[in-house]
Ligand binder design. Structure first.
Ligand SMILES: [Zn+2]
Ligand SMILES: [Zn+2]
Length: 388
């Protein structure tokens, strides 16, 4: 039976897992209940190996095909964590935990990959090894990085790796992908400007940090407009400005700012960090103050390898017939990038229809997308390692 028909049969069961995860959301690395349920289910499917505690709370399952003359090992990855949002959908399976919600659809990703694991373990209709990867802490904790640093790729011999994310605004059953940069690198920075506070009526006796900060904010916008090649994507946003004065008539001693940088290639990322440092320190110096930049690298660019992307698109086409192979990249970031930095592979969007955007309290994963998502995961294994 082709995967899609089998997943139509399995849909009620996969949906029940999904809604159970949805009712019981967990954050970052604290996905203990979710990970335990994933591991239990993988064991019940008859996976050849199930390992818990990879990258703290990650779970890995190994499924061997009917033969292994190819010697190939294909990794499939889903994320398990929720967001610190209070759900406002009013659904009967809404989150039971105030302040926590599966608002990015990772409950759906986990359920769809479990469905694929169940199918692959029961059919084994491939020549090689499938490794299913369930990671914690995609939403800011770097769970993908932790699993990689834990030696996952070598330990399980993973040669290539594939990930998927649901996407509101794309019709259910449609896929979207592109070769090259798919999601941005996300860095964050803190700026501390130090001057000389004092009476607002005596600015000549002070070094006004507010004015220095204002010049830095404006100058930072020249990075996108004057420094970086206009054909390259870059975002520099300063999002928090805080002074140590709360009065109308006190010039602050210190101003602190926080912001984020989004880039689509590593060279631009280096360029922005360097330029921001020059602007922050140079502007402060010119105006008689001191300023420091603390720049923190976050998730790297998510880069789809060309050959693997073509393959992922082909499987998606076989599953649904509806694939956009030139979708626009997003300036959001994704920590699947750490796995793609280690092994070639691809990351694909699966349509979630006309719902609220991910990270919104009214967002809802569309369960009718499950047969498409599970079929794509399973199809990647069967097509990448065809039965001998
Ligand atoms: Zn998210
Ligand atoms: Zn997400």
């Amino acid at each position: 039976m082709p995967p899609k028909n089998r997943f139509a049969e399995l849909l009620p069961e996969i949906t029940a897992w999904r809604r159970d995860f949805h009712e019981n959301p967990e954050l970052l690395f604290e996905v203990h209940r979710t990970a335990a349920k994933v591991a239990d289910l993988l064991r019940s499917f008859g996976c050849d190996e199930v390992v818990e505690g990879i990258g703290r709370t990650g779970v890995v399952g190994v499924i061997k095909g009917r033969s292994d003359t190819s010697g190939r090992v294909v990794g499939l990855r889903a994320d398990m964590d929720a967001l610190p949002i209070t759900e406002q959908t009013g659904l009967d399976y809404a989150s039971k935990v105030p302040g926590k919600m599966h608002a990015c659809g990772h409950d759906g990703h986990t359920a769809m990959l479990l469905g694929a694991a169940r199918y692959l373990a029961e059919t084994r209709n491939f020549d090689g090894t499938a490794v299913v990867i369930f990671q914690p802490a995609e939403e800011g904790g770097g769970g993908g990085r932790e699993m990689v640093q834990d030696g996952m790729m070598d330990r399980f011999g993973i040669q290539e790796v594939y990930g998927m994310h649901n996407m509101p605004g794309i019709p259910v059953g449609h896929f979207a992908i592109r070769p090259g940069a798919m999601m941005a690198a996300a860095d964050q920075f803190d700026i501390v400007v130090t001057g000389k506070g004092g009476h607002a009526a005596k600015p000549h006796d002070c070094v006004d940090t507010t004015v220095v900060a204002a010049h830095i904010i404006v100058a930072a916008q020249t990075i996108a407009s004057r420094t970086v090649d206009p054909l390259k994507q870059v975002v520099v946003s300063i999002c928090t400005v805080q002074t140590d004065s709360t009065a109308h008539n006190v010039i602050p001693q210190v101003v602190k700012m926080k912001g984020t940088v989004r880039t689509m290639d590593a060279a631009v990322q280096d360029q922005v960090e360097q330029r921001l440092k020059e602007i922050v320190e140079g502007t402060a110096l010119a105006l008689g103050a001191r300023a420091e930049l603390h720049y923190q690298r976050g998730y790297p660019v998510t880069v789809n390898a060309a050959e693997n992307t073509a393959f992922a698109a082909e499987v998606a086409r076989a599953v649904s017939g509806k694939v956009d192979t030139d979708t626009a990249p997003l300036m959001g970031a994704e920590d699947f990038s750490f796995m793609l930095n280690e092994r070639p592979g691809a990351y694909i969007f699966l349509g979630n229809g006309d719902t609220a955007m991910v990270h919104h309290p009214a967002y809802n994963f569309d369960d009718s997308a499950i047969p498409f998502g599970s079929s794509w995961y399973a199809g990647m294994v069967e097509s990448r390692m065809p039965a001998a």
